[in-house]
Design a protein around this ligand. Structure first.
Ligand code: SIN
Length: 192
């Protein structure tokens, strides 16, 4: 039987643009995963042959990944999943994770763990790019664009959204710093 309420966890563009109707939105985290700009995007923030970089999750027992979970009604789930499967088709697959809501006050009772669906692009998909140095990734992000817009806007929007949630992700912050430097340099123009 279809569950009456289902949670979907977003850690990338789903944070600022879920694109589907939801009943509740909750800030929180998942354990054992690190957010990384390791997935190539030939369809949203780049083009085939010149992909951008978007976030995926890399298994890491030491890490937690902050994001947002959306609660949706079971009867809308089929259409939401078909929308998201299409949107995340460039290498992402659906998985189940345990979601931990952020406790707003320290004296609140421990939050219940909820299971949530999450889209992860694993290292065996054809668009996976994997790690590179921060300056290299920043350069690729700075120069890439695709049908959904500039790759740098995706990064800057993510960084801004995470700040809005009151959380820090060093990987994202470092890339943001480098991309902002590249932007400043390009505004200054070439030096003689
Ligand atoms: C997500 O936001 O949860 C998946 C990755 C993305 O679409 O940016």
């Amino acid at each position: 039987m279809m569950p009456t309420k289902v949670w979907i966890f977003g850690y990338g563009s789903l944070i600022w643009n879920p694109g589907f109707a939801f009943e509740q939105r909750q800030v929180g985290y998942i354990r054992g995963w690190a957010r990384r700009f390791y997935q190539g995007s030939p369809d949203h923030r780049g083009i085939p042959g010149s992909p951008g970089r978007v976030v995926t999750l890399v298994a890491d027992t030491q890490s937690i990944c902050w994001g947002v979970a959306y609660q949706v009604a079971g009867e809308s789930l089929e259409s939401i999943f078909s929308y998201l499967d299409e949107r995340e088709q460039g290498g992402f697959r659906r998985h189940q994770v345990d979601f931990y809501p952020k406790t707003m006050t320290t004296d609140a009772p421990a939050p219940a763990v909820t299971t949530a669906a999450v889209y992860i692009a694993r290292d065996d998909n054809p668009h996976y790019l994997g790690p590179a140095s921060v300056p290299e990734m920043a350069l690729q992000i700075f120069h890439s664009k695709g049908p959904s817009g500039l790759n740098r806007d995706y990064l800057l929007r993510l960084a801004e959204s995470l700040r809005g949630l009151g959380v820090t992700d060093v990987h994202v912050t470092e890339l943001e710093r480098h991309v902002r430097q590249l932007e400043a340099q390009s505004k200054d123009g070439p030096s003689d």
